[in-house]
Design a protein around this ligand. Structure first.
Ligand code: NDP
Length: 519
């Protein structure tokens, strides 16, 4: 018998050893030793199988249940363990224990992913990348559920399922559909996507590996110090390997040649001892500064200009340990922006607010309501104590034993309350319940940062403006002519030259594909 058992490291294969380990006797799931795992109970040698062969029945039945629902967005990903180390004091901004002293390390797990594709899809497709990190802190598990872009396509949470559907397959043809993608995004009330489209269709939309890209909170968060003062915060996780991207054509070629390119790159680098790292920065903003911004601090389609809100270094994220078992430790990992720790809280960003519900709910569906008991999700550096949360399927942690299933401050069952300062000068919210669709902003404000990126940032990098036009042109070439026209008009609001270049690239790509279809 050969192969690896659970928890067994690489290079421990027993095939060459003269003595097979005693714990490698194959058993039924109930622990009864099986003599011959490949034998089935039959009538005679070639007669029908017997119902009493419960070992075979369990094997087949379990095989049928191996797959769990894949995540709807972010189905395809890779992960690794490592640590976060504090390099700079930010206790004036955040009182969380993980930042308490310079040199302090917190164990963590990071999962990178694409967004729209299915679990088996290719790593190098044009798509934002998820960049989620779970920190196992002594104050509980903290999840930073970020992307590799500092902004997003939408700022109305009710649009999220619609938007994601446009990235998935056409209900009739079962094909990815450029008409769906561009029809949705060029609709006037959805054109707040323009900034994200410029990033996505720049070469940053096809990162060369997970090691060579940044992560951004995108959302505004609220962090407070131990005195109770708070700031709005955005987090930037910048790669120490340097940004490295693929061209559109390289990305497509690699997607065909090795769809698991980034998984392999990450795993192999860590195995070779070449642990990737990132430097973590924050931007901070006071409530007064936020009121002076030309846009809302809760607008997920905008960045905070670096000059006005400089980056402040916090620490280092290092990924130096590959998972031993992908399913147990990465597929079952459950990241949620609602998993937070004292002194770090969500802001009123409406997309973030809806994510606070949606992520944990996705895991309840995908992994069951006790998903926090799966080892990779357990707050092992802290402690879970809430005896009113108990029972349910797959409860495996002892279920609080004889503890009563309610809390009350009666003599017998007193519980302790943690002392924590109340934040000073809280935001004040008041108003009637109102349906609000945040479709457009006054004037040109939704186009300004997209234009800055095109005219100022990409212009500094030779060939990047041209690549942007090319990448959009070849993609939009697959859409209907009336939708193409809407794309040209939308990008003309960013820059007329950009729109003209996209049109040129689009018609070159269309005539190229006509020629190919004639061959
Ligand atoms: P800066 O000139 O100070 O910053 C420009 C930033 O753009 C760089 O620091 C880099 O961010 C990022 N960048 C460089 N090349 C690309 C690219 N091909 N695609 C996407 N981002 C790129 O200017 P501002 O802070 O005023 O921002 C100007 C524009 O830069 C914004 O409109 C926004 O589109 C983009 N940007 C801004 C970020 C911010 O937080 N201010 C973050 C990322 C992009 P990094 O160092 O993070 O890689």
């Amino acid at each position: 018998m050969s192969g690896r058992g659970e928890g067994e490291g690489k290079g421990n294969d027993n095939t060459n050893s003269s003595e097979v380990r005693k714990d490698r006797v194959v058993t039924t799931v109930e622990g009864m030793p099986i003599n011959e795992p490949f034998a089935t109970q039959r009538v005679g040698q070639h007669g029908p199988l017997l119902m009493q062969d419960s070992s075979l029945i369990e094997l087949l039945a379990h095989f049928n249940r191996e797959r769990i629902p894949e995540r709807n967005p972010h189905a395809h990903g890779s992960g690794a363990f490592g640590y976060f180390e504090v390099t700079d004091d930010i206790t004036d901004i955040c009182g969380s224990a993980m930042f308490s002293e310079i040199g302090k390390r917190t164990r963590c797990l990071t999962r990178f992913s694409t967004v729209g594709g299915e679990k088996g899809s290719a790593d190098t497709v044009r798509d934002p990348r998820g960049f989620s990190t779970k920190f196992y802190t002594e104050e509980g598990n903290l999840d930073w559920v970020y992307n590799n872009t500092p902004i997003f396509f939408i700022r109305d949470p009710a649009k999220f399922p619609h938007f994601i559907h446009t990235q998935k397959r056409n209900p009739q043809t079962n094909l990815k559909d450029p008409d769906m993608f561009w029809d949705f995004l060029t609709t006037p009330e959805n054109q707040v996507c323009i900034h994200q489209l410029v990033i996505l269709f720049s070469d940053r939309g096809t990162p060369a590996s997970y090691r060579h890209m940044n992560g951004y909170s995108g959302h505004t968060y609220k962090w407070s110090n131990k005195k109770g003062d708070w700031h709005y915060v955005q987090v930037h996780i910048k790669t120490d390997q340097g940004i490295k991207n693929l061209t559109n054509e390289e990305a497509m070629r690699i997607a065909g040649e090795n769809p698991d390119f980034c998984q392999k790159d990450l795993f192999d680098s860590i195995e070779k001892g070449n642990a990737p790292s990132w430097t973590v920065f924050i931007q901070t903003m006071t409530e007064q500064e936020a009121k002076r911004l030309p846009f809302s601090v809760f607008d997920l389609t905008k960045v905070w200009p670096h000059k006005q809100f400089p980056l402040r270094r916090v620490g280092k994220l290092v990924l130096n340990e590959n998972p031993q078992n992908f399913f147990a430790q990465v597929e079952q990992a459950a990241f949620a922006p609602s998993n937070t720790v004292p002194y770090q809280e969500a802001s009123a960003d409406p997309v973030l607010q809806s994510r606070l519900f949606a992520y944990s709910d996705a895991h309840r569906y995908r992994l069951g309501p006790n998903f926090n008991q799966i080892p990779v999700n357990c707050p092992y550096a802290s402690r879970f104590f809430h005896p009113a949360i108990r029972d349910g399927p797959m409860n495996v942690n002892g279920n609080f034993g004889a503890e009563p299933n309610y809390l009350a401050n009666s003599k017998q069952y007193q519980f302790l309350q943690q002392e924590r300062p109340i934040q000073q000068h809280q935001e004040v919210w008041a108003g009637p319940a109102t349906p609000f669709h945040w479709a457009t902003s006054p004037g040109d404000i939704d186009y300004v940062q997209a234009r800055d990126l095109y005219r100022k940032v990409l212009a500094r990098q030779p060939g990047q403006q041209e690549n942007l036009a090319h990448n959009i042109g070849v993609h939009v070439a697959g859409a209907r002519p009336d939708i193409q026209q809407r794309v040209f008009e939308m990008f003309a609001r960013v820059d007329k030259q950009l729109a003209a270049d996209i049109r040129k690239e689009c018609s070159a790509a269309s005539s190229g594909s006509e020629l190919r279809s004639k061959l």
